[in-house]
Design a protein around this ligand. Sequence first.
Ligand SMILES: [Ca+2]
Length: 298
Amino acid sequence: MKPCYCDRFVALTIAAIVWRVGELIAPTTGSALAYDPASSNADATSHVVNSVGITLVRIEAGTFLMGAADGDSQADADERPQHRVTFAQPFWLGAHEVTQAQYEAVVGENPSWFAPHGGGAERIVGLDHARLPVDMVSWHDAQAFCRRLSALAEERAAGRRYRLPTEAEWEYACRAGTTTAFSFGNASSKIHAWLTSDDVTPRSTQPVGTLQPNAWDLFDMHGNVWEWCADSYRFDAYGSAEEKRTAGDEGTGHVVRGGDWRSTPQAARSSNRDFTRATRRDLGNGLRVVMERDKLAN
Ligand SMILES: [Ca+2]
């Protein structure tokens, strides 16, 4: 069993920003996270901004190879065998990790360590904490966030519902058509990822969307905060060629993907799998949401 990176770290123990209501598919001003076609890899019709300012990117249906390629010498055994996964339908994924402002707008509180009231306050001096990813959220907290976001009147009226991505969805979106160790190649890059490596050493989480997105306009898929997935973790989940969706409570813990600001590049590779207890709140764990739309709203 591989060691759990997140569990090695002991969890060190407002005014909500109300974003524009409604769906925007146009250039915007005043919101650092709103869709900006000038810095985008995708066209405007593939983006939606919801009532709390979460930008969602349409991920088209398709097939990809999930898991580590044979040549990836840094891969663990649980990343193999590489297998084909097909998505028959498109889905929508957050362009960013959920921010502290967005979390607070939905839940009414901000549990983050890296917040002005948090234990890590001295490390974020000069940073806009509203744009930092929410941290210290358990898997159960992440699920509750999705339920509460789905229950907002504006979201219900728009026919939008939210959930955590499956591991397969996460990796498909992270890879964005690539087959390399990272979505930007085989070597770590400070241009694309907040990680701890030879050339960059972040002291905290960093504002989402600061670095370059992947080819599908998704930011911070590598590093910043680990992102909870719906699936429970099984070491042998790739034991057959079939896609595994194990969204129950069985298994060792629940899957987190992508590494955090403390991670080494190895941990933040597209195919790396890690897990932590569903109840654990950690200063490196956050989330990104999937949106589903009612048929009439598509
Ligand atoms: Ca991340």
